[in-house]
Design a protein around this ligand. Sequence first.
Ligand SMILES: Nc1ncnc2c1ncn2[C@@H]1O[C@H](COP(=O)(O)OP(=O)(O)OP(=O)(O)O)[C@@H](O)[C@H]1O
Ligand SMILES: [Mg+2]
Length: 351
Amino acid sequence: MAIISLFNHKGGVSKTTTAFNLGWMLARKGKRVLLVDADPQCNLTGMVLGLENLETSDSIQGTKNGRPLNIREGLAPAFESRPTPIKAVQCVQIPRNDNLFLMPGHIGLAEYEVTLGIAQELSGSVVTLRNLPGSIRYLIDMTAADSKIDIVMIDMSPSLGAVNQNLLSISDFFIVPMHPDYFSNMAINSLASVIPKWRTWAQTAEKTTALKEAEYPFPQTHPKFLGYIVQKYRPRSGAPSRAFQTWIDQLEDNVRRILLPAFKRADLMLPEPVYKKAGIDPTSPIMQMPDFNSLIARSQEHQVPVFELTPSQLEQVGRVLAATQASQEDFRQLFSDGADKVIAALDASGA
Ligand SMILES: Nc1ncnc2c1ncn2[C@@H]1O[C@H](COP(=O)(O)OP(=O)(O)OP(=O)(O)O)[C@@H](O)[C@H]1O
Ligand SMILES: [Mg+2]
Protein backbone atom coordinates (compact mmCIF):
# COMPACT_ATOMS: atom_id res chain seq x y z
CA MET A 1 0.00 0.00 0.00
CA ALA A 2 1.29 3.45 -0.93
CA ILE A 3 0.05 6.81 0.35
CA ILE A 4 0.07 9.76 -2.05
CA SER A 5 -0.91 13.19 -0.77
CA LEU A 6 -1.92 16.16 -2.89
CA PHE A 7 -0.58 19.31 -1.32
CA ASN A 8 -0.35 23.00 -1.99
CA HIS A 9 -1.22 25.54 0.69
CA LYS A 10 -2.38 27.77 -2.16
CA GLY A 11 -6.16 27.37 -2.41
CA GLY A 12 -8.13 26.47 -5.51
CA VAL A 13 -5.32 24.90 -7.53
CA SER A 14 -7.26 21.68 -8.38
CA LYS A 15 -6.14 19.44 -5.51
CA THR A 16 -9.64 18.04 -5.03
CA THR A 17 -10.42 17.83 -8.75
CA THR A 18 -7.16 15.96 -9.33
CA ALA A 19 -7.77 13.58 -6.42
CA PHE A 20 -11.15 12.64 -7.86
CA ASN A 21 -10.24 12.30 -11.55
CA LEU A 22 -6.79 10.78 -11.09
CA GLY A 23 -7.94 8.50 -8.27
CA TRP A 24 -10.80 7.28 -10.46
CA MET A 25 -8.41 6.61 -13.33
CA LEU A 26 -5.97 4.69 -11.09
CA ALA A 27 -8.92 2.57 -9.97
CA ARG A 28 -9.91 1.98 -13.60
CA LYS A 29 -6.42 0.62 -14.15
CA GLY A 30 -7.06 -2.10 -11.60
CA LYS A 31 -5.67 -0.53 -8.42
CA ARG A 32 -7.86 -0.47 -5.33
CA VAL A 33 -7.86 3.22 -4.47
CA LEU A 34 -8.92 4.94 -1.25
CA LEU A 35 -9.65 8.66 -1.51
CA VAL A 36 -9.17 10.32 1.88
CA ASP A 37 -10.92 13.65 2.37
CA ALA A 38 -8.69 15.36 4.92
CA ASP A 39 -10.00 18.85 4.19
CA PRO A 40 -12.63 20.17 6.65
CA GLN A 41 -14.25 21.92 3.66
CA CYS A 42 -15.23 18.37 2.53
CA ASN A 43 -15.20 19.30 -1.16
CA LEU A 44 -14.04 15.84 -2.19
CA THR A 45 -16.79 14.18 -0.19
CA GLY A 46 -19.27 16.52 -1.82
CA MET A 47 -17.87 15.81 -5.27
CA VAL A 48 -18.01 12.04 -4.83
CA LEU A 49 -21.36 11.73 -3.05
CA GLY A 50 -23.30 14.66 -4.51
CA LEU A 51 -23.62 17.99 -2.81
CA GLU A 52 -27.10 17.78 -1.33
CA ASN A 53 -26.69 14.75 0.96
CA LEU A 54 -23.58 15.92 2.83
CA GLU A 55 -24.47 17.54 6.18
CA THR A 56 -27.66 15.57 6.67
CA SER A 57 -26.46 12.21 5.45
CA ASP A 58 -26.56 9.56 8.16
CA SER A 59 -24.37 7.37 5.99
CA ILE A 60 -21.27 9.50 6.71
CA GLN A 61 -22.02 10.84 10.21
CA GLY A 62 -21.07 9.18 13.47
CA THR A 63 -20.73 5.42 13.61
CA LYS A 64 -22.51 2.38 12.25
CA ASN A 65 -22.25 -1.06 13.87
CA GLY A 66 -19.45 0.34 16.01
CA ARG A 67 -17.46 1.50 12.98
CA PRO A 68 -16.63 5.17 12.34
CA LEU A 69 -18.07 6.62 9.14
CA ASN A 70 -15.70 9.54 8.55
CA ILE A 71 -12.17 10.71 9.26
CA ARG A 72 -13.00 12.73 12.37
CA GLU A 73 -15.01 9.96 13.95
CA GLY A 74 -12.12 7.63 13.11
CA LEU A 75 -9.64 9.84 14.97
CA ALA A 76 -11.94 10.61 17.91
CA PRO A 77 -10.64 7.77 20.13
CA ALA A 78 -7.19 9.41 20.13
CA PHE A 79 -8.22 13.07 20.14
CA GLU A 80 -11.03 12.75 22.66
CA SER A 81 -9.25 10.16 24.82
CA ARG A 82 -12.04 7.64 24.40
CA PRO A 83 -11.55 4.24 26.02
CA THR A 84 -12.13 2.43 22.69
CA PRO A 85 -9.22 2.04 20.28
CA ILE A 86 -9.05 3.48 16.75
CA LYS A 87 -10.96 1.28 14.31
CA ALA A 88 -10.96 1.18 10.51
CA VAL A 89 -13.37 3.66 8.93
CA GLN A 90 -16.33 2.05 7.17
CA CYS A 91 -15.56 3.52 3.75
CA VAL A 92 -18.01 4.40 1.03
CA GLN A 93 -17.74 2.19 -2.03
CA ILE A 94 -18.17 4.53 -4.96
CA PRO A 95 -20.96 3.74 -7.41
CA ARG A 96 -19.87 2.88 -10.97
CA ASN A 97 -16.26 2.16 -9.95
CA ASP A 98 -15.82 -1.02 -7.91
CA ASN A 99 -12.18 -0.28 -7.10
CA LEU A 100 -12.75 3.18 -5.67
CA PHE A 101 -13.45 3.99 -2.02
CA LEU A 102 -13.89 7.17 0.01
CA MET A 103 -13.00 7.99 3.59
CA PRO A 104 -15.45 10.88 4.00
CA GLY A 105 -14.32 14.19 5.43
CA HIS A 106 -15.81 16.09 8.36
CA ILE A 107 -15.99 19.80 9.09
CA GLY A 108 -15.07 19.04 12.71
CA LEU A 109 -11.61 17.79 11.73
CA ALA A 110 -10.59 21.45 11.99
CA GLU A 111 -11.19 21.26 15.76
CA TYR A 112 -8.30 18.79 16.12
CA GLU A 113 -5.86 21.15 14.41
CA VAL A 114 -4.81 23.06 17.53
CA THR A 115 -4.39 20.00 19.78
CA LEU A 116 -2.37 18.21 17.11
CA GLY A 117 -0.21 21.31 16.70
CA ILE A 118 0.59 21.31 20.42
CA ALA A 119 1.24 17.55 20.39
CA GLN A 120 3.63 17.92 17.47
CA GLU A 121 5.49 20.83 19.05
CA LEU A 122 5.94 19.01 22.35
CA SER A 123 6.98 15.81 20.59
CA GLY A 124 5.92 13.40 23.27
CA SER A 125 6.80 15.22 26.46
CA VAL A 126 3.15 15.41 27.57
CA VAL A 127 1.80 11.91 28.16
CA THR A 128 -1.80 12.63 27.20
CA LEU A 129 -0.75 13.98 23.80
CA ARG A 130 1.65 11.21 22.82
CA ASN A 131 -0.89 9.23 20.88
CA LEU A 132 -1.85 12.03 18.52
CA PRO A 133 1.05 12.36 16.03
CA GLY A 134 0.88 8.67 15.08
CA SER A 135 -2.91 8.39 15.08
CA ILE A 136 -3.61 9.61 11.55
CA ARG A 137 -1.25 7.13 9.90
CA TYR A 138 -2.61 4.41 12.19
CA LEU A 139 -6.18 5.13 11.07
CA ILE A 140 -5.18 5.16 7.39
CA ASP A 141 -3.25 1.88 7.74
CA MET A 142 -6.16 0.16 9.49
CA THR A 143 -8.68 1.40 6.95
CA ALA A 144 -6.53 0.56 3.94
CA ALA A 145 -5.92 -2.96 5.24
CA ASP A 146 -9.64 -3.40 5.89
CA SER A 147 -10.55 -2.50 2.29
CA LYS A 148 -7.45 -4.16 0.73
CA ILE A 149 -6.29 -0.84 -0.70
CA ASP A 150 -3.29 -0.46 -3.06
CA ILE A 151 -3.15 3.32 -3.27
CA VAL A 152 -4.35 5.89 -0.74
CA MET A 153 -4.82 9.37 -2.20
CA ILE A 154 -5.17 12.19 0.33
CA ASP A 155 -6.89 15.44 -0.55
CA MET A 156 -5.54 18.14 1.76
CA SER A 157 -6.83 21.55 2.80
CA PRO A 158 -5.11 24.73 1.61
CA SER A 159 -3.20 25.46 4.81
CA LEU A 160 0.16 25.12 6.53
CA GLY A 161 -1.45 23.72 9.68
CA ALA A 162 -0.59 20.78 11.90
CA VAL A 163 -2.89 18.28 10.16
CA ASN A 164 -1.21 18.93 6.82
CA GLN A 165 2.24 18.77 8.43
CA ASN A 166 1.30 15.35 9.73
CA LEU A 167 -0.33 14.12 6.51
CA LEU A 168 2.53 15.14 4.27
CA SER A 169 5.08 13.63 6.66
CA ILE A 170 3.36 10.25 6.87
CA SER A 171 2.81 10.01 3.09
CA ASP A 172 5.07 7.91 0.89
CA PHE A 173 4.74 10.34 -2.00
CA PHE A 174 3.36 13.81 -2.57
CA ILE A 175 2.17 15.65 -5.65
CA VAL A 176 1.93 19.44 -5.88
CA PRO A 177 -0.99 20.71 -7.98
CA MET A 178 -0.57 24.23 -9.39
CA HIS A 179 -2.35 26.65 -11.65
CA PRO A 180 -0.55 28.62 -14.34
CA ASP A 181 -0.76 31.98 -12.58
CA TYR A 182 1.09 34.49 -10.42
CA PHE A 183 -0.12 33.01 -7.12
CA SER A 184 1.10 29.48 -7.80
CA ASN A 185 4.48 30.93 -8.70
CA MET A 186 4.55 32.81 -5.39
CA ALA A 187 3.55 29.66 -3.49
CA ILE A 188 6.69 27.85 -4.70
CA ASN A 189 8.84 29.93 -2.34
CA SER A 190 6.90 28.92 0.75
CA LEU A 191 6.63 25.28 -0.36
CA ALA A 192 10.40 25.22 -0.70
CA SER A 193 10.81 26.48 2.84
CA VAL A 194 7.95 24.77 4.70
CA ILE A 195 8.08 21.19 3.38
CA PRO A 196 11.78 20.74 4.31
CA LYS A 197 10.98 22.11 7.80
CA TRP A 198 8.23 19.52 8.16
CA ARG A 199 10.72 16.88 7.06
CA THR A 200 13.12 17.94 9.81
CA TRP A 201 10.32 17.77 12.36
CA ALA A 202 9.30 14.26 11.27
CA GLN A 203 12.89 13.02 11.43
CA THR A 204 13.04 14.13 15.03
CA ALA A 205 9.59 12.77 15.85
CA GLU A 206 10.37 9.32 14.48
CA LYS A 207 13.39 9.07 16.77
CA THR A 208 11.50 10.24 19.85
CA THR A 209 10.97 7.28 22.17
CA ALA A 210 7.73 8.61 23.67
CA LEU A 211 6.17 8.87 20.18
CA LYS A 212 7.60 5.56 18.96
CA GLU A 213 6.22 3.75 21.96
CA ALA A 214 2.84 5.46 21.98
CA GLU A 215 -0.35 3.47 21.56
CA TYR A 216 -0.42 4.78 18.00
CA PRO A 217 3.29 4.87 17.22
CA PHE A 218 4.64 7.63 15.04
CA PRO A 219 5.97 5.73 11.98
CA GLN A 220 9.27 5.87 10.11
CA THR A 221 8.66 8.49 7.44
CA HIS A 222 10.14 9.07 3.98
CA PRO A 223 7.87 11.32 1.86
CA LYS A 224 9.12 11.80 -1.70
CA PHE A 225 8.19 14.31 -4.39
CA LEU A 226 6.41 12.52 -7.23
CA GLY A 227 5.99 15.66 -9.28
CA TYR A 228 3.72 18.61 -9.93
CA ILE A 229 0.59 19.06 -11.99
CA VAL A 230 -0.53 22.11 -13.92
CA GLN A 231 -4.29 22.39 -14.32
CA LYS A 232 -6.76 24.68 -15.97
CA TYR A 233 -4.87 26.42 -18.69
CA ARG A 234 -6.76 27.84 -21.67
CA PRO A 235 -5.73 25.96 -24.77
CA ARG A 236 -5.41 27.39 -28.25
CA SER A 237 -5.24 24.76 -31.03
CA GLY A 238 -4.23 22.04 -28.58
CA ALA A 239 -1.45 23.87 -26.72
CA PRO A 240 -1.58 26.52 -23.98
CA SER A 241 -2.16 30.02 -25.32
CA ARG A 242 0.79 32.41 -25.11
CA ALA A 243 -0.29 34.04 -21.83
CA PHE A 244 -0.68 30.67 -20.10
CA GLN A 245 2.53 29.33 -21.61
CA THR A 246 4.40 32.25 -20.05
CA TRP A 247 3.10 31.30 -16.59
CA ILE A 248 3.85 27.61 -17.18
CA ASP A 249 7.41 28.47 -18.27
CA GLN A 250 7.79 30.52 -15.11
CA LEU A 251 6.49 27.64 -12.96
CA GLU A 252 9.04 25.30 -14.56
CA ASP A 253 11.78 27.82 -13.96
CA ASN A 254 10.83 28.29 -10.29
CA VAL A 255 10.53 24.55 -9.77
CA ARG A 256 14.01 24.02 -11.23
CA ARG A 257 15.69 26.95 -9.45
CA ILE A 258 13.91 26.99 -6.06
CA LEU A 259 11.77 23.94 -5.33
CA LEU A 260 13.91 21.01 -6.47
CA PRO A 261 17.19 22.20 -4.88
CA ALA A 262 15.35 22.66 -1.55
CA PHE A 263 13.75 19.21 -1.87
CA LYS A 264 17.10 17.65 -2.77
CA ARG A 265 18.78 19.10 0.33
CA ALA A 266 15.95 17.74 2.48
CA ASP A 267 16.11 14.26 0.93
CA LEU A 268 12.61 14.64 -0.49
CA MET A 269 13.48 13.47 -4.03
CA LEU A 270 13.17 9.94 -5.40
CA PRO A 271 16.30 8.32 -6.80
CA GLU A 272 16.98 9.49 -10.37
CA PRO A 273 16.37 6.03 -11.94
CA VAL A 274 12.85 5.92 -10.46
CA TYR A 275 11.85 9.16 -12.21
CA LYS A 276 13.46 7.86 -15.41
CA LYS A 277 11.64 4.54 -15.35
CA ALA A 278 8.34 6.32 -14.72
CA GLY A 279 8.91 8.80 -17.54
CA ILE A 280 8.79 11.69 -15.06
CA ASP A 281 11.04 14.71 -15.41
CA PRO A 282 10.62 16.41 -12.02
CA THR A 283 11.27 19.82 -13.58
CA SER A 284 8.22 19.41 -15.88
CA PRO A 285 4.62 18.72 -14.89
CA ILE A 286 3.50 15.06 -14.61
CA MET A 287 0.24 16.21 -16.16
CA GLN A 288 -0.68 19.40 -17.92
CA MET A 289 -4.45 19.69 -17.95
CA PRO A 290 -6.47 22.21 -19.98
CA ASP A 291 -9.60 23.88 -18.64
CA PHE A 292 -12.50 21.40 -18.55
CA ASN A 293 -14.88 24.23 -19.48
CA SER A 294 -18.53 23.11 -19.31
CA LEU A 295 -17.57 19.51 -18.44
CA ILE A 296 -16.66 20.49 -14.87
CA ALA A 297 -20.23 21.47 -14.02
CA ARG A 298 -21.61 18.20 -15.45
CA SER A 299 -18.93 16.24 -13.62
CA GLN A 300 -19.98 17.79 -10.30
CA GLU A 301 -23.65 17.35 -11.09
CA HIS A 302 -23.32 13.63 -11.80
CA GLN A 303 -20.35 12.75 -9.54
CA VAL A 304 -18.53 11.28 -12.51
CA PRO A 305 -15.08 12.32 -13.78
CA VAL A 306 -15.00 14.53 -16.85
CA PHE A 307 -13.84 11.67 -19.08
CA GLU A 308 -16.69 9.28 -18.15
CA LEU A 309 -19.75 11.49 -18.56
CA THR A 310 -22.27 9.74 -20.83
CA PRO A 311 -24.20 11.42 -23.68
CA SER A 312 -27.36 11.48 -21.57
CA GLN A 313 -25.50 13.08 -18.64
CA LEU A 314 -24.06 15.61 -21.07
CA GLU A 315 -27.53 16.24 -22.51
CA GLN A 316 -26.03 16.70 -25.94
CA VAL A 317 -26.56 15.18 -29.38
CA GLY A 318 -25.12 15.40 -32.88
CA ARG A 319 -22.18 17.62 -33.69
CA VAL A 320 -22.07 19.28 -30.27
CA LEU A 321 -21.88 15.88 -28.61
CA ALA A 322 -19.18 14.70 -31.01
CA ALA A 323 -17.03 17.74 -30.20
CA THR A 324 -17.49 17.20 -26.45
CA GLN A 325 -16.64 13.52 -26.75
CA ALA A 326 -13.46 14.38 -28.63
CA SER A 327 -12.34 16.62 -25.77
CA GLN A 328 -13.41 13.98 -23.20
CA GLU A 329 -11.14 11.57 -25.04
CA ASP A 330 -8.25 14.04 -24.72
CA PHE A 331 -8.87 14.33 -20.96
CA ARG A 332 -9.10 10.56 -20.64
CA GLN A 333 -5.73 10.22 -22.38
CA LEU A 334 -4.11 12.86 -20.16
CA PHE A 335 -5.35 11.26 -16.93
CA SER A 336 -4.46 7.82 -18.25
CA ASP A 337 -0.88 8.92 -19.02
CA GLY A 338 -0.66 10.58 -15.59
CA ALA A 339 -1.94 7.45 -13.86
CA ASP A 340 0.55 5.28 -15.80
CA LYS A 341 3.41 7.48 -14.60
CA VAL A 342 2.23 7.30 -10.98
CA ILE A 343 1.91 3.51 -11.13
CA ALA A 344 5.33 3.17 -12.80
CA ALA A 345 6.95 5.39 -10.15
CA LEU A 346 5.35 3.36 -7.34
CA ASP A 347 6.50 0.11 -8.96
CA ALA A 348 10.01 1.41 -9.58
CA SER A 349 10.38 2.55 -5.98
CA GLY A 350 9.13 -0.76 -4.67
CA ALA A 351 5.97 0.73 -3.11
N1 LIG B 1 -9.00 21.60 -15.23
C1 LIG B 1 -10.02 22.35 -14.75
N2 LIG B 1 -10.89 22.96 -15.60
C2 LIG B 1 -11.92 23.71 -15.13
N3 LIG B 1 -12.17 23.92 -13.84
C3 LIG B 1 -11.35 23.34 -12.95
C4 LIG B 1 -10.24 22.51 -13.35
N4 LIG B 1 -9.62 22.08 -12.23
C5 LIG B 1 -10.31 22.60 -11.19
N5 LIG B 1 -11.34 23.35 -11.60
C6 LIG B 1 -12.27 24.13 -10.78
O1 LIG B 1 -11.49 25.06 -10.04
C7 LIG B 1 -11.99 25.19 -8.72
C8 LIG B 1 -10.90 24.79 -7.72
O2 LIG B 1 -10.60 23.42 -7.90
P1 LIG B 1 -10.43 22.45 -6.66
O3 LIG B 1 -11.56 22.57 -5.74
O4 LIG B 1 -10.11 21.12 -7.20
O5 LIG B 1 -9.13 23.10 -6.02
P2 LIG B 1 -8.48 22.82 -4.60
O6 LIG B 1 -7.02 23.05 -4.75
O7 LIG B 1 -8.92 21.51 -4.09
O8 LIG B 1 -9.14 23.98 -3.75
P3 LIG B 1 -9.02 24.16 -2.13
O9 LIG B 1 -7.66 24.70 -1.91
O10 LIG B 1 -10.11 25.10 -1.78
O11 LIG B 1 -9.20 22.80 -1.54
C9 LIG B 1 -13.21 24.29 -8.62
O12 LIG B 1 -14.36 25.07 -8.82
C10 LIG B 1 -13.02 23.30 -9.75
O13 LIG B 1 -14.25 22.85 -10.22
MG1 LIG C 1 -9.86 21.09 -2.28
